[in-house]
Design a protein around this ligand. Structure first.
Ligand code: CP
Length: 372
């Protein structure tokens, strides 16, 4: 796999292994089914074989994504697996460098690293020297100098993880970089869809249709999902108002529609995305201290958006019986997703979170051990 955006100035080239997908020529990875990289920076630069390699490893680790229950010393139990995997990164240190807020990603990377026997350090930006003007690169190099083996990086800037990967020797795992990519989210979403449709054997999603609904332009989750799901064979259709789901997204290998009611009955999974109000300019007044205001120039009003693009209980009833509802979180209940749907029988939202631990265990161990 190609590790970073090193190489010649990017030009546009088609991928033989992902028809219709367009990626910069300078980052086209060699076709391989083996994981050889010490970094995970995005799914757009991975081959289908590399994506399946991580998902297969996550499948092996899946029993460790839940509480292990009462202690059991017998072999062939999750406890035995936990003891084996708990040695894999023993003596290693994983540092969480989160320059943006997170609940799910930070927590599950922490649990994942600890399940593998690694120590975890957390950099809280508010209490770090970033607040005194230290750069992202200097921060990463200084944290690495303490003996860290992997940096898990979330930052506001697209390309931040790739930039740091060019300046440190340890592994870098992208935990979300601006509106660019969130690769472990894309992997855990693919895993969840594969599980819901009985595709865990080969992670072949051919014949499945997935709708991604909402604020696609601002969404790193959408970008990683379009890259990951299309490489695994699924058809992806992005749905939203023109300002949030412009036709130009089709260059990524997906279809675009502005009509949720037309698309919804045809899909096997629907991913609802919140409107990322915080990335749509700075309104004058926030409704609650610390909360992002619910206003955006991209939509006429939240009420109108909900009318056309919210997944209400009534709309959800028009989905295929086997279709599932996913959401990367955080959910803005009552806007893109009603309570009854978020907590209803189609919702696999908490399965997504659960699979995040196995996927992140797989990603961390494969990257760190690739650089060993
Ligand atoms: N899905 C996701 O990235 O959630 P957090 O922002 O809570 O990590």
């Amino acid at each position: 796999m190609s590790t970073t955006s090193r190489g010649p100035a990017p030009t546009v080239a088609s991928r033989e292994d992902a028809p219709g997908l367009v990626v910069p020529a300078g980052v086209v990875p060699p076709p391989t089914d083996r994981w050889t990289s010490r970094h995970l920076l995005g799914l757009g630069t991975l081959s289908p074989g590399e994506i399946r390699a991580v998902l297969r490893r996550a499948r092996e680790l899946a029993p460790l994504s839940a509480s292990l229950g009462p202690r059991d010393d017998n072999p062939d139990t999750p406890w035995a697996l936990a003891r084996r995997e708990g040695q894999r990164l023993a003596g290693r240190v994983v540092a969480n460098l989160f320059f943006e807020d997170s609940t799910r990603t930070r927590t599950s990377f922490t649990v994942a690293a600890r399940r593998l026997g690694a120590e975890v350090v957390d950099l809280f930006v508010i209490a770090s020297s970033v607040s005194k003007g230290e750069t992202l690169i200097d921060t990463a190099k200084n944290v690495e100098a303490t003996g860290v083996d992997a940096l898990v990086v979330r930052a506001r800037q697209a390309g931040a993880a790739a930039l740091l990967a060019d300046h440190v020797r340890c592994s870098v795992v992208n935990a979300g970089d601006g509106g660019h990519e969130h690769p472990t989210q894309g992997l855990l979403d693919a895993y969840t869809i594969a599980e819901a449709h009985g595709r865990l054997d080969a992670f072949d999603l051919a014949g499945l249709r997935v709708a991604i609904v909402g604020d696609i332009v601002a969404s790193r989750v959408a970008r990683s999902n379009i890259a990951g799901l299309t490489r695994l064979g699924a058809e992806v259709v992005c749905v939203g108002p023109p300002a949030l789901a412009p036709r130009s997204l089709e260059v990524l290998g997906c279809r675009v529609s502005h009509d949720l009611d037309e698309v919804l009955p045809t899909v096997d999974a629907v991913m609802m995305l919140r409107i990322q109000f915080e990335r749509h300019g700075t309104p004058a007044v926030a409704p609650l201290p610390g909360a992002a205001p619910k206003r955006s120039a991209a939509i006429a009003s939240v009420r109108e958006y909900r009318t056309f693009y919210g997944l209400s209980e009534e709309r959800a009833e028009r989905m295929k019986p086997s279709a599932v509802v996913i959401h990367p979180g955080p959910i803005n209940r009552g806007i893109e997703l009603d309570h009854a749907v978020a907590d209803g029988p189609r919702s696999v939202v908490l399965r997504q979170v659960r699979h995040g631990v196995a996927v992140r265990m797989a990603a961390l161990s494969m990257c760190v051990l690739a650089s060993a």
